[in-house]
Write a protein that binds this ligand. Structure first.
Ligand code: GH3
Ligand code: MG
Ligand code: MG
Length: 323
């Protein structure tokens, strides 16, 4: 399809001359006033190029082209002017309202060449717009990708039910913390917490009830550990593991017992428990100042032993591996 060009001039002879000159190359539409020109743009736009005479009654060429700029900013605007108005025309170009101006009478070859470069300019505008649109799409796609990666990472690190860290992330962190504490020669503690009589809880309140209970307990435990470096994870089933850096055995016992009390104070009813009428935890704590040969298994085994002791000594209590 040929390019659409709008000529606006108050002299019918001039408009006819333009038509004759360019109708083979372009689709030429004409209007005899600024007002009519704006109507044509509304009905038949968009135009690649709009050419206006400067001196027209009622609405002059500059006012008209400024309106075109607002209405259809992608149309490239040209102005034809008599010698007397050159200064105004130059200002219009400098202010960006008009792409080029030509003096009247304009040799047809020059007008033809100027129309061609205006059409090039119009293509450039469209290409730039398409580029910006593509860049926007690319940016949006990148943002989505980054979000998806972040979600994936979180899925890999977090437990689906409770939202706290999962066993995999716990294993990695414990290994790293052991190395770090061997280097700084500081004690590292591992706390294992297990819900008392949870099988009976499930039997009484159903699996969904059990899941809700696990969520509540996980939240309560997580809130209890908020120092930098503390890490709470779901170790499996109804067991939770907490890595606590830089505390001696006595202080580790204290934070573990504070957690046990926090869960008990939450007062989640557990009618079938044999130690309480609310949900309670048995807790085992192990603390070591690791050396280069210390392994996670060692620390876990010690904490597990302490937890077993807590179970056998009546549940709803905290035991250390030193006992
Ligand atoms: P103890 O006081 O000695 O710890 O007894 P317990 O009943 O808590 O321990 P046991 O290991 O016998 O049972 C644990 C129960 O936890 C059994 C299992 O069905 C339940 N469980 C494990 N994972 C989930 C879970 O994701 N959701 C629910 N609802 N229950 C779970
Ligand atoms: Mg258990
Ligand atoms: Mg249990």
């Amino acid at each position: 399809m040929s390019e659409k060009i709008l000529f606006v001039d108050d002299e019918p002879n001039v408009l006819n001359a333009y038509k004759r000159q360019f109708r083979k190359q372009f689709l030429i539409i004409t209007a005899s006033s600024g007002r009519e020109g704006l109507e044509v743009i509304e009905k038949e736009g968009p135009f690649s190029v709009v050419v206006a005479d400067m001196q027209m009654p009622k609405m002059d060429g500059i006012t008209f082209l400024k309106k075109v700029q607002q209405k259809a900013p992608n149309s490239v605007r040209l102005m034809l002017t008599g010698n007397a108005d050159q200064q105004t025309a130059i200002e219009a170009v400098n202010e960006g309202n008009v792409f080029r101006f030509l003096t009247k009478p304009c040799p047809s070859e020059l007008l033809g060449k100027t129309l061609e470069s205006a059409l090039e300019q119009n293509k450039l505008i469209h290409a730039r717009e398409a580029l910006a649109e593509n860049e926007k799409k690319l940016r949006e796609a990148n943002e989505k990708l980054a979000q998806a990666n972040q979600d994936l990472e979180q899925l890999a690190r977090n437990d689906g039910l409770t939202g706290i860290y999962n066993r995999r992330h716990f294993d990695e962190t414990l290994q790293a913390e052991l190395h770090r504490h061997a280097r700084i020669e500081q004690p590292l503690s591992l706390i294992l917490a297990d819900i008392d009589f949870f099988k009976l809880y499930n039997d009484q309140y159903g699996h969904q009830g059990g899941d809700d209970c696990l969520k509540q307990v996980a939240k309560t435990i997580n809130k209890n550990f908020n120092r930098a470096g503390d890490m709470v994870a779901r170790y499996g089933g109804e067991e939770f593991a907490i890595i606590v850096p830089n505390l001696n055995a006595e202080l580790a016992y204290n934070v573990a017992d504070r957690m046990r009390q926090a869960v008990e104070s939450k007062a989640l009813p557990h009618s079938q428990s044999k130690v309480s009428d609310v949900v309670t935890l048995s807790v085992g704590v192990s603390t070591i100042i690791p050396n280069k040969t210390s392994s996670p298994e060692e620390l876990i085994k010690q904490a597990d032993k302490a937890l077993y002791l807590a179970k056998s000594k009546g549940r709803n209590n905290v035991k250390c591996d030193t006992e």
